[in-house]
Design a protein around this ligand. Structure first.
Ligand SMILES: Cc1cc2nc3c(=O)[nH]c(=O)nc-3n(C[C@H](O)[C@H](O)[C@H](O)COP(=O)(O)OP(=O)(O)OC[C@H]3O[C@@H](n4cnc5c(N)ncnc54)[C@H](O)[C@@H]3O)c2cc1C
Length: 503
């Protein structure tokens, strides 16, 4: 084909894009929808034929699949009534109509964390559709554009088909002291390269994308405030995960190749894992119907701030993982015959206290949500930032305490293959026993789970994602500084001290 003539697939219409995705009801439907998409995904230097069946990728798909299963098993918790399509929809696709919706979302997130013990990759998409409701509405009000209706049309179809949306916000950013338009490589931040009568073309990379390959659509959006010089970088668009021009490069995680060793004990959590991918968009087409911002640079800052107001409270999901880790620490103490010892109990109390402190700030932020002009509710930004800031610290302390209770054997323990070996296995089963009535294998399994969450694959989701996801710690401190109303606080103090001041 002539280089100047785009292939029919490249410039397909919004409808053609939707037509390729079936209606998904069950976890099996979801799994089937990922197969045969013809995507380009690199893992360990090779293009993978069918990523859905790869042993390293599969646990991350299972985690998302659990969100379909939960909607069937517990519809009260994991579905909601959508007035947009007059039907019940998965709560991960529901528009926030009240503070209660946000509270229910937090409860569901904690439950998902308890079920999977990992990042289940669906919160970024929900928080993206939440922020786009108010942002598209306000851009239209100022510029007379039609983004909000496009957004509602997209969301209705997303709810009907019950699909997944990944959030492509973080650009590679290059030299962090420079703005997008000042970078030596103009593609260091995603930008619009061309506009035609049918749509726009975008180029760039979105980094760290959670569950990026596992989802049906990717929403690309700016990562920071922009100026007029950055106008081409002010772009929001919905792109199908199998669009022409996308290349995925899989992010490897600590201990990931244990999934290829055959056994399951050494994986710690053989069923569930997270996923992050580097996604390259090489002149990817977006039809006008799926463009939700193009050039309105002055809205980028609000968009990022509102996204983080939702997303930083979504980190209550980590309390579900915290519940699992507290349970694992309590189990190993019990298997060692130490569950009644006072310092052990006190350490468990400390772990729970930290975990519930995270939960309380997140859920308070949801209860305190305020209505936006578009009609949607948004989390209280101060409390949401406090929640995320707690998350940058407390899981590390909870992990330290879990490792304390686990003992050194957590990192010096022989492999599952040695356990299976007749000679070595006999020694291991005899000498790695704790309490008489507990099988050595059970003790090893719980130790591997603690290793998995604090040093292995799921430490990505429990620790480093807690640190950097939704912004590194300093990003929350900046927001706390902006919202801390110190003048008001000074007024209260001075009034009590009897200092004269204006009312
Ligand atoms: C597991 C995981 C999952 C993620 N999932 C997603 C996702 O689904 N979608 C998505 O869009 N993003 C995702 N992210 C990205 C996340 O939002 C970023 O990691 C975060 O915004 C920090 O950016 P960075 O990693 O590029 O850090 P860097 O920018 O490299 O920051 C490193 C350090 O430098 C500091 N720093 C950076 N720039 C400046 C500056 N200009 N001035 C002063 N200090 C600076 C930071 O505070 C930090 O301490 C994910 C990240 C992780 C770790």
């Amino acid at each position: 084909m002539n280089a100047a003539t785009p292939s029919p697939r490249k410039e397909e219409s919004a409808q053609q894009r939707w037509d390729r995705i079936p209606v998904l009801k069950t976890g099996d439907d979801y799994l089937a929808s990922l197969r045969g998409r013809g995507t380009r995904l690199f893992l360990f230097g090779e293009l993978i034929d069918e990523p859905a069946d790869h042993p390293i990728i599969k646990p991350s798909i299972n985690a998302l699949r659990a969100s379909y299963d939960l909607a069937i098993d517990d519809p009260e918790l994991a579905t909601a009534w959508s007035p947009l399509i007059n039907d019940r929809v998965n709560r991960f696709l529901h528009i926030v109509e009240s503070p209660d919706d946000l509270v229910m979302k937090n409860r569901m997130q904690r439950r998902m964390g308890q079920i999977t013990g990992t990042c289940f990759q669906r919160c970024t998409g929900l928080d993206t559709i939440s922020v786009l409701h108010s942002i598209t509405y306000e851009i239209d009000e100022k510029h007379g554009t039609h983004y909000h209706q496009r957004y509602l049309d997209f969301l209705k179809e997303a709810q009907r088909k019950n699909i997944l949306i990944a959030a492509g916000m973080t650009d590679p950013k290059g030299d962090r002291s420079k703005r997008p338009a000042e970078q030596s490589d103009p593609d260091m931040f995603m930008r619009v390269t061309r506009r035609t009568d049918k749509g726009i073309y975008v180029k760039g990379v979105k980094a760290h994308m959670t569950g990026g390959w596992n989802q049906h659509w990717i929403c690309v959006m700016p990562t920071m405030n922009l100026t007029e010089a950055d106008r081409d970088y002010a772009v929001v668009g919905m792109i199908p995960g199998d669009a022409e021009g996308i290349t995925y490069i899989y992010g490897r995680q600590s201990c990931d190749t244990r999934a290829m060793e055959g056994g399951e004990i050494d994986q710690g959590n053989a069923q569930y894992g997270g996923q992050e991918v580097l996604v390259y968009f090489d002149d990817v087409f977006i039809p006008h119907e799926h463009v939700l911002m193009d050039g309105e640079y002055e809205f980028a800052q609000d968009m990022v701030a509102r996204f983080t107001a939702y997303h930083r409270a979504s980190y209550v999901c980590k309390t579900g993982l915290g519940d699992v880790l507290v349970g694992a620490a309590a189990s190993i103490a019990e298997y060692n015959g130490l569950e009644k010892v006072s310092h052990i109990r006190d350490k468990l109390v400390e772990m729970v206290h930290l975990n519930e402190t995270i939960y309380s700030s997140g859920i308070a932020s949801s209860h305190e949500a305020k209505k936006m002009p578009s009609g949607i509710y948004m989390n209280d930004a101060m409390l949401s930032n406090v929640c995320k800031h707690n998350v940058t610290r407390f899981p590390y302390e909870i992990s330290r305490l879990a490792q304390d209770l686990a003992g050194g054997i957590m990192v010096t323990m022989p492999s599952e293959q040695d356990l299976e070996n007749e000679e070595a296995g006999e020694i291991i089963r005899r000498f790695l026993k704790g309490r008489e009535d507990i099988p050595t294998e059970d003790r090893m399994r719980i130790l591997r789970l603690i290793e998995n969450m604090t040093l292995g694959r799921n430490a990505v989701g429990y620790l480093t994602e807690s640190m950097h996801g939704a912004g590194s710690p300093q990003a929350q401190r900046i927001q706390i500084l902006r919202g801390m109303e110190v003048d008001k606080k000074k007024w209260h103090a001075r009034k009590l001290a009897g200092i004269r001041q204006e009312a």
